[in-house]
Design a protein around this ligand. Structure first.
Ligand code: NAI
Ligand code: MG
Length: 394
């Protein structure tokens, strides 16, 4: 009997291309699993009025580990227009299934490793003091609180009067005393101490296990005193259990500037939901961009692994797929590590590193080509050729 049962949710667009490629790599690395397919995404929305069907939720509940490709999200009006005629006007509202999944299963810890592979032509370079170029190797891992903060969804345009009255108990609300409610938009940044502590603990534990000397809190506590203040406070408390790991803090704005000056100076970074989203995309850009950006969403019971890229619909229907499968394959390797197959994960990461360093097989993004069906005629590897190269390197 296979050792693991993994729920596979390819979703939309290129999710359907890259997810099967990651399974090929896992199997080649000896990962023994039953793959249970689950539907998610735009087609489910259009036909059922729900992008995250109950069967998919039940399967995740039962098997606890998921591999996710990507989904397509569209604005509210477009979503309503594409709904099956018999479902229109029946009160269905589109919610992003990956956001819903994070909240439903409390997948509160998001891990986004951003490590440069040697030899990746997309690596960040900078001018050296004496002329010439230097290529600092980035080895950052972002811990993003995944369920709260500015993405909690507690927001209003034209807030109800009781909300407005409650806010007006704060002296700073005087600034909007004359603004009519219909001209007010409010998004609440809510943090709980429990979730804040959990993301800090996860970051410190990871730093300890992987030999990082410090954890950097990337917030703005000098201005957003209450919420960012709580993150820094909890990080300092957690640090007491990790006396060999220092806690640093940077402001998100300064961090975005420092990151293109000395990205090699950062290791484990911890941040709330939106700042973590921003800083992880920024670091991903230094190490190859979306074709390389892997991630994990981890809760107490369930964990889902996904590339951070979306469904890239314009590349979904090429006869020969050209998108880079590395982000998905690296996410699958994180999944293997999570379920205890540490050696499988390590070998896959090493195989990717070897293929990138050898440089014989490169997808169009690595060659800085514009994505088009004919890139394969101009020296770019197809998606499956890249996967084959990773498997060969295993
Ligand atoms: P996207 O990530 O799908 O694509 C942006 C661009 O990045 C692509 O046009 C392509 O040039 C490049 N790219 C993405 N993945 C790549 C890969 N594996 N290899 C090489 N190049 C790659 O983001 P976009 O275009 O903003 O959104 C498309 C759809 O995806 C939207 O409906 C959006 O809502 C959804 N989305 C879903 C996410 C998820 O499933 N977690 C995350 C981001 C967007
Ligand atoms: Mg993002």
């Amino acid at each position: 009997m296979p050792r693991h049962t993994i729920v596979t949710m390819p979703g939309d667009g290129i999710g359907n291309i890259v997810l099967p490629e990651s399974i090929r790599v896992l199997e080649a690395a000896g990962f023994d699993a039953d793959w249970v397919h689950a539907d998610v995404g735009w087609a489910c929305w259009c036909s059922q009025g729900n992008a995250l069907p109950q069967r998919t939720v039940d399967l995740l509940e039962a098997h606890r580990v998921g591999l996710f490709g990507a989904i397509t999200s569209k604005p509210r009006d477009a979503a309503e227009r594409e709904l099956a005629p018999e479902l229109k006007g029946r009160g269905f509202v589109y919610y992003s299934p990956i956001v819903t999944m994070r909240q439903h299963f409390d997948l509160d810890i998001c891990i986004r490793p951003c490590r440069s592979y040697e030899g990746n032509p997309l690596n960040f370079v900078r001018r050296a003091p004496g002329g010439g170029l230097e290529e600092p190797l980035v080895n950052a891992v972002i811990f993003r609180q995944n369920t709260e903060g500015l993405y909690s969804g507690v927001e209003w345009t034209d807030p109800p009067s009781e909300v407005r009255r409650a806010l007006e108990t704060h002296p700073k609300m005087k600034a909007w005393a004359r603004t009519p409610s219909e001209d007010l938009a409010i998004s609440a940044r809510i943090l709980s101490r429990r979730a804040t502590r959990r993301i800090c603990e996860a970051a410190f534990r990871y730093a300890a296990e992987h030999g990082y000397p410090s954890v950097t809190v990337c917030e703005k506590p000098n201005v957003i005193r209450e919420t960012s203040g709580m993150v820094l406070q909890e990080a300092r408390k957690v640090q007491r259990d990790f006396p060999h790991i220092a806690v640093h803090d940077t402001n998100i704005d300064a961090q975005m500037m420092w990151l293109t000056k000395n990205p090699e100076d950062y290791g484990v970074i911890v941040a709330t939901n939106m700042f973590g989203d921003i800083v992880s995309d920024a670091f991903a850009g230094l190490v190859g961009g979306l074709g390389f950006a892997a991630s994990a969403n981890i809760g107490e019971a369930v964990a889902v692994f996904e590339p951070t890229h979306g469904s890239a619909p314009k590349y979904a229907r090429y006869e020969v797929p050209i998108v880079n499968p590395i982000a998905m394959i690296a996410s699958a390797a994180m999944m293997a590590e999570h379920v205890g197959e540490v050696e499988v994960g390590r070998r896959i990461h090493a195989a990717i590193a070897r293929v990138v360093e050898e440089g014989r097989v490169r997808t169009y993004d690595m060659l800085r080509m514009k994505g088009a069906p004919d890139v394969v005629l101009h020296g770019a590897a197809s998606t499956s050729q890249m996967t084959d190269a990773v498997i060969a390197a295993l």
